[in-house]
Ligand binder design. Structure first.
Ligand code: URA
Length: 291
């Protein structure tokens, strides 16, 4: 029998600590020191500012030394400033990138290139969407989990399988719906996304809804309803009642808030509520098709 050494025990405790903290899988074979990468970027940007400051200062001095010139005031360029970008700037950038996307493909490209949300750096994939972007119905969940991150597709894990069964019960499948999430990157350890992360990602999902322009939107779970229906009410009170999602350009889309499949897996007795909500959705789709 091989007894663990003191070093092995230490490693085991460290791994247990990581698992507890939600670090449950390796994303790459080699470790990446993101602090060092951030510092390198920060100091490169700082150096560029200092160089620019010096260049402008020297140009001003040369100009002031020309015969007949008055002594110039101090150079007008501010000294090198810290490079940390506040979240407001990231929200503004996300808005700008979302608005600049004329198609869903462009939106996906802009999101893939966006570096303003920390979740991107711990996730393996951008989980953009699944299904048919021309479908009459769009479903929006909260954020991808482990299985979704691995496959790069929303709702492929256990809650996705339940969602498929619910959709089948009203005659739909992945080809007749379009599915996305408020947050397109898996939060580490499936933790709840922070309000800041949600605000940074909000312009993207809003634009995705606007570009897909479904006849009916279904929000899955409380966070999706709160984000897209502009409400603070709990999902138990919201569910089953038609609401309206208003897009940035003023389009109004009927929206049905319902319970999240992951919640239904934990509370199977509440499936009856989701069933009623989806029957409402089916009836609405029928009446839209008939009109
Ligand atoms: N839960 C979500 O909200 N979205 C997914 O894609 C998977 C699980």
């Amino acid at each position: 029998m091989i007894f663990p050494t003191e070093k092995d025990v230490g490693l085991r405790e460290l791994l247990a600590f990581y698992a507890e903290a939600g670090v449950d899988e390796a994303l790459t074979d080699e470790p990446i020191d993101r602090f060092a990468a951030f510092e390198a970027r920060t100091s490169a940007a700082s150096e560029a500012r200092v160089a620019e400051h010096t260049r402008v200062g020297q140009a001003n001095t040369a100009r002031d030394q020309k015969p007949g010139r008055q002594r110039a005031e101090a150079p007008s360029v501010a000294p090198a400033a810290p490079v940390a970008v506040p979240d407001e700037a990231q929200v503004a950038l996300a808005r700008q990138q979302a608005a600049a996307s004329a198609t869903l493909d462009e939106l996906r490209e802009h999101m893939a290139a966006f570096e303003g949300c920390n979740l991107k750096f711990t996730a393996k994939s951008l989980v953009f969407a699944d299904g048919n972007p021309h479908a009459d119905i769009m479903l929006v969940g909260e954020a991808p989990g482990r299985d979704e991150d691995m496959e790069g597709l929303p709702f492929v894990g256990r809650s996705g399988q339940l969602l498929d069964r619910i959709l089948a019960a009203i005659g739909l499948d992945r080809q007749s719906v379009y599915i996305a999430n408020v947050i397109p990157w898996r939060p580490p350890g499936n933790r709840t996304p922070t309000p800041q992360e949600t605000e940074i990602c909000r312009p993207f999902i809003e634009r995705q809804i606007e570009l897909a322009n479904p006849k009916v939107l279904v929000t899955l779970g409380g966070p999706s309803a709160k984000t897209l229906l502009n409400t603070t009410e709990g999902v138990m009170r919201l569910r089953g009642n038609w609401k309206t999602h208003v897009t940035a350009s003023g389009l109004s889309i009927p929206a049905m808030p319902t319970l999240h499949p992951a919640y239904l897996l934990r509370n199977p007795a509440h499936k009856k509520f989701a069933w009623r909500d989806f029957l409402e959705v089916k009836a609405r789709l029928r009446s839209l098709a008939d009109s």
